[in-house]
Design a protein around this ligand. Sequence first.
Ligand SMILES: [Zn+2]
Length: 410
Amino acid sequence: MEDRSWIQKERMSIEYVKGVETFIKFAITNSMVIDGKIRCPCEKCNNCLFQLIRDAIDHIISFGFLQNYTHWHYHGELVMPSQSGQVGPSHALKTRRLGRKQKFKVEVNKHGQPIGEKAQKFSSFIGKLARNPQVTPLTYHTWKELPQTYKDDVWNRVKEKFEGPGVKVTWVMKEHAKLWRCWRCNLRKLYKKHKALESCMKHCKVTIPEDQWRCLIQHFETTKSKEQSEKNKANRAMLKFPHNTGTKSFARLRAEKVAEGTPEPSRAEVFIMTRTSKKGNCQNQATGEAIAQINEAMSQLPEGIRDDPAPTDILSRVIGPDKYGQVHTYGMGVKPSEFFDEAPSRSELMVQNAVLREQLDDLHNKVDQVEANQAEKIRQLEASSKKVNELQVQINLLMDMIKNEEASGN
Ligand SMILES: [Zn+2]
């Protein structure tokens, strides 16, 4: 790490201004600029507020750079906690690697979801990373906002501890995002209960640095965040068929059944298994009614016929079609295309739609042309019949003239 003692220097000194320049370059190199703004490390913004680069420079010069902010973890510098205090990333990585030679093997199913003995350990390790404020700082408020360096770090830590040919970064990232959201939601509940920062810190099981708590609370207090939280709450309340699996994933549940020697359970069977408690109860009336209907439909299934996942299987018929992009009872990371080959994707549908629209337009044009042609013919016909009439009149006149001629000639 380069010399950062400039932070303590006189704000108008050359060293200080040069230091500020180094810092800004550091943030830019680490892609910490979002919409032209960076997290401002001035005494006022305290790394909680974003400012345009120009304004951040102004702030750092006028209000001063945070005195104890010498390790720039909010600006892309990785933090690896160790007993001897904060150390650089490469050193910490070496220590961690030396201490852990053996990796855990993770098995995955055909959809890339972890199953088997180590699945739970794998998932809870990702959960620990999501709750670790050094690995996933709470100063970022959405997964999208979280810089790539942190995401890469999560993936590297996972790879250090677990291995398996089917372990995919996409699944790990989705799981981490999900568990991090869950963690933030729990922290919000804690804040709602204890209100003050000090008591939040006292009651939180994980030690979160005070500046991160401040940032988080500041975010919780925004109207946008409050609205989103209410919306999420309403959505959860709308869940018609809540399940009781606890920590066991659908993938593991299926794998366990298969390991017991039974065929892979259908979606309807998994629905019943995950909605019924050990005592045989379910959480609400709607779920109970759905289960009764499923049982009825399953009893009518002809022998030897499997209720394979499909938009027309028993579960779909009872509880309705899946939400877009999801396959009910298969959990995260499973796409409908893995089961429903013949069902076109949304983009395919859009293309088909566009083609149909073009054909329709074409047809409309043709009809218009035919109509125009017909109108023209009718007009011509009318015109010629008018001529015929005129001719007839003339002929009649002529005939009369001839008759008169003949009469006078006689
Ligand atoms: Zn500032």
